[in-house]
Design a protein around this ligand. Structure first.
Ligand code: ADP
Ligand code: MG
Length: 336
C-alpha cells in the first residue's frame, strides 16, 4: 500500500464536559493513503461528521477533542500535527492542503454572488500573486474539471441545478489543488443518478490530480462502487475496515453485513434487502460491551460485557483488514 497522507490515532471526542460529557468518538485509528478514496459509512449518529469536523479542526463547542493525534504527511516527508496548528497556520492549511465539502454544501454558495466571484474569491485569498485574468482562467478550468461549461461563470447559484451547485462546491474544494478532500455526505440531497455521476467524476479527477478522498455517506452501496477501502462506524467507533471488494464479498462484522443489506446494489449479485432491526444507540446510554450487541443477530457471551478491539481477524493473513467483533477474536482474558 502507498504511503500515508493522513493518520488519525486514538482520537477521542466528547460533547460536553464533566458529568454531562458524552463520548462521541472513541479510540479512532484510521489512515488515509496517498491517492486513495477511503469510504466512511455508518448509520446516522455513528460519529462520521464528528470525525470529519475533528480532523479538520472545525469542531465547535460543546465538541472537544479529549485525546489522540491527527497528522498530515506532506510529500516532502514533513509531518504536520494538525491538532496543534495555530489559527493562521490552519487558515493556510485549509483549502490549500485539505479541503472539505459538507452535506448540503450546495446551499452554502452565496446567493448574491456569481459562480465566478465565488471561485475567484478562494484564489484571491490564498494566491494573492495571481492576476485577475489568471484567476478567471483558473475558474474556467475548475468548472471544466467538474463538467460545467465556462459560459456558466456568470451564473448565480439559483440559476443552476442542485447537481451543478454541488459540482461548483467540488470545484471550489479543488481550487488550490489540495492533497486531501473530505466529503461529508456531499451528494445526499441529490438523486441517485446524479450522486453516481458526481462520484464518477470525482474518482476520475482523483486519477488526474492525485489527491486523496475521504468520502462519508450512510449509503454503503455508493462506497462499494467508488472507494478503495471502507471503514464502518458504529456508536463512535470504527467496527470494521477493509478493501471495498472485501467488504462486499465478505463483511465480517454483523453490522457491516446489516448495512450491506440495507441498500440496493446497482451492480453485482442481487441481495435481499433486510435492513437492521432496532435503532442506533444514544450517546448518553451506550450499551456495555460491543455497542451493537442489542441489535446483533449473532451476539454471544462476551458481547454484552466486553468491548472488542479493532484488530486483524484471527488467522487472517491476506489483505489488510481489521474488525472489532468477538466472532473473530479469541475470547478475552480480562475486562477491557
Ligand atoms: P453522523 O455524522 O454519523 O450522523 P454525528 O457525528 O453527526 O454522526 O453525531 C454523532 C453523535 O454525536 C450523535 O449521537 C449526535 O447526536 C452527537 N452530536 C453531534 N453534534 C452534537 C452537538 N453539537 N452536541 C451534542 N451532541 C452532538
Ligand atoms: Mg453526518
Amino acid at each position: 500500500m502507498s504511503e500515508p497522507v493522513l493518520t488519525i490515532s486514538d482520537l477521542h471526542v466528547d460533547y460536553g464536559t464533566g458529568d454531562d460529557a458524552v463520548h462521541a468518538l472513541r479510540a479512532i485509528d484510521l489512515t488515509l493513503h496517498r491517492g486513495e478514496v477511503l469510504g466512511l459509512a455508518g448509520e446516522s449518529g455513528s460519529g462520521k461528521s464528528t470525525l470529519a469536523y475533528a480532523v479538520t479542526r472545525l469542531l465547535s463547542p460543546p465538541g472537544v477533542i479529549t485525546g489522540g493525534d491527527v497528522h498530515y504527511h506532506r510529500r516532502d516527508g514533513e509531518k504536520v500535527d494538525i491538532l496543534s496548528l495555530s489559527a493562521p497556520e490552519l487558515r493556510a492549511f485549509r483549502w490549500a492542503e485539505l479541503s472539505i465539502v459538507f452535506q448540503g454544501a450546495m446551499n452554502s454558495l452565496n446567493p448574491v454572488h456569481t459562480v465566478r466571484s465565488q471561485l475567484t474569491d478562494v484564489l484571491k485569498a490564498h494566491r494573492p500573486e495571481m492576476k485577475r485574468a489568471e484567476r478567471t482562467d483558473r475558474a474556467k478550468e475548475l468548472l471544466a474539471l467538474v463538467g460545467i461549461s465556462a459560459d456558466r461563470l456568470g451564473a448565480y447559484p439559483h440559476q443552476l441545478s442542485g447537481g451543478m451547485r454541488q459540482r461548483v462546491m467540488i470545484a471550489m474544494a479543488l481550487a488550490l489543488e489540495p492533497e486531501i478532500v473530505i466529503m461529508d455526505e456531499p451528494t445526499t440531497a441529490l438523486d441517485v443518478v446524479m450522486q453516481r455521476q458526481i462520484l464518477r467524476q470525482l474518482v476520475k479527477l482523483r486519477e488526474q490530480l492525485g489527491f486523496s478522498v475521504v468520502f462519508i455517506t450512510h449509503d454503503i452501496s455508493l462506497l462499494i462502487e467508488f472507494s478503495d477501502r471502507i471503514a464502518i462506524m458504529y456508536g463512535g467507533r470504527i467496527v470494521e475496515e477493509a478493501g471495498a471488494a472485501d467488504i462486499y464479498r465478505d463483511a465480517r462484522h454483523p453490522y457491516s453485513d446489516g448495512l450491506l443489506h440495507s441498500f440496493p446494489a446497482l451492480h453485482g449479485p442481487r441481495r435481499e434487502l433486510a435492513g437492521i432491526p432496532g435503532s442506533p444507540p444514544h450517546l448518553a446510554a451506550m450499551p456495555a460491551g460491543c455497542a451493537f450487541h442489542p441489535r446483533c443477530p449473532r451476539a454471544f457471551d462476551p458481547c454484552a460485557s466486553r468491548v472488542p478491539m479493532l484488530t486483524r481477524p484471527a488467522g487472517e493473513t491476506a489483505e489488510p483488514r481489521t474488525v472489532a467483533c468477538w466472532l473473530h477474536h479469541a475470547a478475552p482474558t480480562g475486562v477491557r
